[in-house]
Design a protein around this ligand. Sequence first.
Ligand code: SME
Length: 162
Amino acid sequence: MHIEFQPITTADKASSYAHVLAAVQALTEGERDAVANMANTAALLRESFRFWWVGFYLVRNGELVLGPFQGPLACTRIAKGKGVCGTAWDKATTILVPDVELFPGHIACSAASRSEIVVPLMRGGVTIGVLDVDSEHLNHFNETDQSYLEQICAVLVAGSDF
Ligand code: SME
């Protein structure tokens, strides 16, 4: 039986994100280790929204290196300007990709991923990594995701020792 994907309503989505944001705030009040906080943030997002893949890449010696994540095996290194992650790093801005096949240079870590959002982790105006969220559904992310994921990343960076 094929079950149609039911997009979460904007109100439900905002309310779920508000809980995740509060949880990340609480986590960082009790713990400053960046790996621990990224790991729990990835888990919170994946458990709350059943995203296909949620994880972090960190800037290490001029490239992005895979950090804590939830989901299938992923590419370990991404060059600046490459793929959605490398582009979000290069431009220091969030990138929403409604259809990964239409994003030139998209890096397909998983063939199942159809849409994606990448949010840079900014500290003092410098990008220190990115949060990447992938969905197996087309057009899964909108401005509600962007707004909350940016707030979650800001809380995470402010509350952790990177
Ligand atoms: N799709 C990303 C690569 C990372 S994986 O999706 C986990 C990109 O194009 O940068």
